[in-house]
Design a protein around this ligand. Structure first.
Ligand SMILES: Nc1ncnc2c1ncn2[C@@H]1O[C@H](COP(=O)(O)OP(=O)(O)O)[C@@H](O)[C@H]1O
Ligand SMILES: [Mg+2]
Length: 265
């Protein structure tokens, strides 16, 4: 964790939807090689910030820099092309394809889809295509999904679909992943598995993560740094234990073990 420098920085970001000012000057940095959490109550603007970073929305004001490049206003495929990939915003698996086929459809877009259809119509592979298949198989193996490679994605459990989505993102060799509530609605065993895969990808592959997460136990276990967003602004940031010392953060957001309109309280 020594010598960490920012890989992503968000400055004075603003976004309104009609009369609703969803993001009002959010500012934070994500250090390279860290797992950073973005927390805050429902409606704080977390998903909007993620969409602004990933290029799904254009900011009204402010800047997003990734690896020294001003990516403000980039289209999603341009952001992804720079190595910054967002998952878990919507379930993106292809239900009528097998688990293995899903990895052939690159999250970077059409290249993978074309390659996929070419591969499977022709029924034989060129050598670089064989490498692609071998890479997919190796990744499925790492994620414990190899045994399910010929299963239709629609038959996976919710948690297994999240794992598949993570495996698909890894196919693109990203530098950084943004995950919007990856643990929502899945069972505790799969929550642990996803957390372990994130830690493995950080340690072994040098990945950086920004994760929107409500479950503070997960945040405490997995994240190095936490950014607290409230009404579209950065309220506080630090480690989870530092934030527990912050009276304003504690009284507003850290009571009851969940954030905002959580179920426990
Ligand atoms: N596409 C949209 N159109 C109109 N209002 C939106 C849209 N997206 C988000 N909002 C509003 O912006 C605010 C922030 O939403 P959001 O970023 O989803 O918060 P969070 O992810 O922290 O729960 C909320 O008041 C929400 O209703
Ligand atoms: Mg959200």
């Amino acid at each position: 964790m020594e010598q960490m420098k920012p890989i992503l920085s968000v400055a004075q970001l603003e976004k309104s939807f009609g009369g609703v000012q969803a993001v009002r000057g959010a500012e934070f940095e994500v250090l390279e090689g860290s797992i950073t959490a973005l927390i805050g109550p429902n409606g704080a603007g977390k998903s909007t910030v993620v969409n602004l970073i990933a290029g799904a929305l254009r900011p009204d004001a402010g800047q997003v820099h990734f690896r020294g490049v001003d990516i403000t206003g980039y289209k999603p495929h341009q952001v992804a092309g720079h190595g910054l990939i967002r998952t878990f915003q919507i379930s993106r698996e292809y239900p009528a394809m097998t688990v293995l086929e899903n990895l052939m459809v690159s999250p970077l877009g059409q290249t993978g889809e074309h390659l996929f259809s070419a591969l499977f119509r022709r029924g034989h592979y060129k050598s670089e295509e064989r490498e692609f298949v071998e890479k997919a198989i190796a990744i499925l193996d790492e994620f414990g999904l190899y045994g399910m490679r010929n299963e239709y994605a629609r038959n996976l459990s919710g948690g297994q679909k999240r794992l598949l989505e993570l495996a698909r993102a890894v196919m693109a060799d990203p530098k950084m992943l943004i995950l919007d509530e990856p643990m929502a609605g899945i069972n505790p065993a799969l929550i642990s598995r996803i957390g372990e895969h994130m830690l493995r990808l950080k340690e072994d592959n040098g990945y950086t993560f920004l994760m929107v997460e409500h479950n503070l136990d997960v945040v405490e276990r997995v994240c190095d740094h936490v950014v607290v967003l409230a009404v579209g602004r950065t309220l506080a940031q630090g480690t989870m234990s530092e934030l527990r010392q912050d009276a304003e953060v504690v009284s507003a957001y850290l009571t009851g073990g969940s954030v905002g309109a959580g179920t426990k309280g």
